[in-house]
Write a protein that binds this ligand. Sequence first.
Ligand code: XMP
Length: 326
Amino acid sequence: VWTPGNIVDEQVEAIRRRVGGAQVICALSGGVDSSVAAALVHAAVGDQLTCFFIDHGLLRAGEREQVERDYAEGMGIRVVAVDESQRFLDALNGVSDPEAKRKIIGREFIRSFEAAQARLIADIGAEGGEVKFLVQGTLYPDVVESGGGQGAANIKSHHNVGGLPEDMAFELIEPLRALFKDEVRAVGRELGVPEKIVARQPFPGPGLGIRIVGEVTRERLETLRAADLIVRDELTAAGLDEEIWQCPVVLLADVRSVGVQGDGRTYGHPIVLRPVSSEDAMTADWTRLPYDVLARISTRITNSVPEVNRVVLDCTSKPPGTIEWE
Ligand code: XMP
């Protein structure tokens, strides 16, 4: 029978057998999946685990600080944050095709972990044992949507599955590969992962890079970050965090429309709100947010984010839309 306790016992045993005395690196994003994967591996091999949090420059406002705080307080796991934003922005320069972006981000994640691996080996020296395993919080839906499930089409290449380079220097440990998100949350609770991490809304590994329709630039990231912060702030203030699965905020960087502000004409970009309700992200419905919340979000964004002169609502279920726009 499936119980969170059984999964934990089974995985801990399997990970211990596979890893032996080797060192393990975990790709930690601060989200539910990688946190639970890290907790499982930590339960199995303890201090042989080092988690790396890659700041790829595609994070939301305050995210890195929040992860550093939550882990220091709650998990008792060693986390090293690395600033790799220049590497990712350079690699994404001039690219606007969604799948190309996903593959570049997946590749640069691995390159970043390889760099971290090299530093770790230099630090601990030969007696530290081999460093060849990389833990990822890949879930079953990531595998299916990347075309890895039985008879499945490639809908989009999740950064941790279809976006991986073939020549990487790692063997993967993916203890959640057969699970859905609600099951992962149950396993996390079983392992004592703090509720504020387990209950966190999903955020995609490729981050804001796949929420800018068009090329990714530092300026556009700033614009999207400012709008996203307002949306999260208003949804939390309205007590809607539990009702919604997640609410991507998307910048249509390749689209402009005419507006008027004060006495002047504007020619700015639209921001799309994509609030969704879901059980497992395989299907979703658009969340009927209260009009007054939408009104506050729209007013605040257009008043305080100069590049944005229009806020629009995505009222498409999945299918036919996906949750993220790219
Ligand atoms: P879609 O857009 O496929 O999203 O309907 C389904 C769920 O997966 C998240 N998502 C990702 N998560 N790496 C991730 O870690 C990815 O490459 C990725 N792409 C989408 C998305 O936010 C939603 O929760």
